[in-house]
Design a protein. Structure first.
Length: 281
């Protein structure tokens, strides 16, 4: 199983598309009705969809599975088979989470990869969700969706569906919403160059550059002009079956520090406002 895409609702799709294609680095992947699709340079048919709406919202997180994984999901969840009308097509299931989260699983299909480009994202790295009851959400993801826990901190739970440290994470919050979407870049230089490129385009980094604890990935966060918090990231740790699940005692920072490097500031007000606006549709 691997993370494929995030499905969003936005107010101004053309404006959002202009940012994604001309600034963020995604490619047009077609459209259908009120929805537009965007892909990265990897082999996923698309990594982000945007549907026109009166209010911004999170609609779904989509994962790609092989047929055996899909059959196990059907047995665990009892969800009926549906056909997806999106790039790559395919059949799968839609599963409702404990807090109205919507998880979509589709039998994997691949598109021809685009030429490697250090300026553009390769694929999605992970999606982080705000939750009112992260223990219930974690239990649901493990027992119903087949995820495994990689780490727990004082505020977050990190879960994986393959060797990548996390494809999904939950944050303790008073609202159920999209926290952020992370786009995988080639390496640390690509993340740093992306931060610089966004700054030159008038989009200040709201947190970063830095290197996280759990996952050990480098990062740069931005508030997208169409709503959500988005991240450039690279070098996410890979773990095996012998990985020891870390706890809050393993992830403590000195006062005033929020990552390994401790060199960046964080615009909490802008980031939290953006997160709270991206509730589930």
């Amino acid at each position: 199983m691997r993370l494929r895409a995030v499905e969003l609702k936005v107010v101004d799709v053309p404006k959002a598309a202009e940012f994604l294609e001309q600034v963020w680095g995604l490619h047009d992947a077609g459209s259908g009705g009120k929805t537009r699709f965007f892909r990265a340079t990897g082999d996923h048919p698309y990594v982000l969809s945007m549907t026109a709406s009166a209010e911004p919202a999170a609609e779904a997180v989509t994962f790609a599975c092989d047929p055996e994984e899909m059959e196990r999901l059907r047995r665990r969840t009892g969800a009926p088979t549906v056909q997806f009308d999106s790039p790559g097509g395919g059949s799968g299931v839609v599963v409702e989470g404990p807090e109205s989260q919507r998880y979509r699983f589709v039998v994997d299909s691949k598109a021809e990869a685009k030429p490697a480009d250090g300026e553009r994202p390769i694929q999605l790295s992970h999606v982080v969700l705000n939750t009112r009851d992260w223990e219930k959400c974690e239990r649901f993801a493990v027992e119903n969706l087949g995820f495994r826990v990689s780490d727990r901190t004082r505020l977050m739970r990190f879960l994986r569906c393959n060797r990548t440290h996390h494809a999904l994470a939950y944050v303790s919050s008073d609202v159920s919403s999209l926290n952020h979407v992370a786009f995988e870049m080639r390496d640390i230089d690509a993340v740093m160059n992306g931060i610089g490129r966004l700054r030159e385009a008038g989009h200040a980094c709201t947190w970063g550059p830095g290197r996280h604890g759990p996952g050990n990935n480098v990062f740069g966060y931005f508030v997208a002009p169409f709503g959500p918090v988005i991240e450039y990231t690279a070098e996410v740790e890979e773990v095996g079956d012998d990985h020891r699940v870390g706890g809050p005692e393993d992830w403590k920072w000195p006062p005033g520090r929020t990552d390994h490097w401790g060199i960046s500031t964080r615009d909490n007000a802008r980031m939290h406002a953006a997160e709270r606006a991206m509730t589930w549709s």
